[in-house]
Design a protein around this ligand. Structure first.
Ligand code: ATP
Ligand code: MG
Length: 243
């Protein structure tokens, strides 16, 4: 039992949730280590949503509600940490949800799908096909899901896959605390914020956003600006720590 007044309460709860999810066959062991990398960057950014990330979250919400076929790709960590927030974002944005895993097994796909359905999320099902130009299981996705999407939200994604989705002509939104990662640099729009802070902010923004043309919006996005601002926020915190 984690005491609610512990200064690192949120972080400890997240770790406990992920460890439970790994034991339940939802998160992968590799996913646990990926979370640690995210935590380190969250420390550097001050465990808060910067004004720049808030701006990216609003833009992302607008892209999702404007999309012809918005799809949210959910992996083990995202399911473990944020299923209720995914449900709310699905309701607000009308996006389809596809379970898509980097460390893929059919069993884990089934377990995560069942878990998300139990949380009130409408989860796509069907035959996964290799429609993303990548070898092995990494190229698998659903024909009516990611393959058909014009805008795809891929939180905590791998750089290679992010790049492949861009090559397919998709507008790719990611949530990634590491502004230096390949994913962060390859996406159309990167939200440098922690997953469980970013998703509720996006949901709220969906309810008040006005739709537009997603292609036109995407052309106007300067993703390097968001990455620069995130690096700047981290640099400032490190410099302040010298005093
Ligand atoms: P890339 O393949 O994009 O170069 P990577 O190999 O460094 O990145 P991965 O393990 O592929 O990283 O993906 C995990 C990414 O998700 C990391 O960049 C990590 O910082 C980020 N991350 C992990 N947990 C969270 C979280 N809860 N919220 C936001 N970002 C997170
Ligand atoms: Mg990677």
């Amino acid at each position: 039992m984690i005491p609610a007044d512990h200064p690192r309460y949120r972080s400890l709860v997240a770790r406990e949730r992920l460890a439970d999810a790994a034991r339940d066959g939802i998160a992968s062991l590799e996913g646990l280590t990926a979370h640690g990398r995210g935590e380190a960057f969250d420390y550097l950014i001050g465990e808060r949503t910067t004004p720049s990330a808030a701006e990216a979250e609003e833009l992302a919400a607008r892209l999702l509600i404007s999309a012809r076929r918005p799809v949210i790709s959910v992996n083990g960590n995202t399911a473990a940490l944020a299923a209720p927030a995914i449900r709310d974002l699905q309701e607000a944005s009308g996006a389809a949800v596809e379970v898509n895993l980097f460390h893929r097994t059919d069993e884990r796909i089934q377990r995560i799908s069942a878990y998300l359905s139990g949380q009130g999320i409408v989860v796509l099902s069907g035959e996964y096909e290799r429609l993303v130009p990548l070898s092995h299981g990494r190229g698998l996705c659903l024909p009516e899901g990611i393959a058909a999407a014009d805008v795809v939200l891929v939180p905590l994604e791998d750089g290679d896959r992010c790049e492949a989705l861009r090559r397919m002509g998709k507008i790719v939104i990611t949530i990634d605390l590491n502004p230096l990662s390949r994913t962060a640099r390859m996406a159309t729009l990167t939200i440098v914020d922690e997953l469980t802070r970013a998703l509720p902010a996006m949901t709220e923004a969906c309810w008040s956003a006005t739709p537009g043309d997603p292609e036109e919006m995407a052309l106007l996005i300067d993703n390097t600006k968001f990455l620069r601002e995130a690096k700047e926020a981290m640099r400032r915190r490190l410099t302040d720590a010298l005093d």
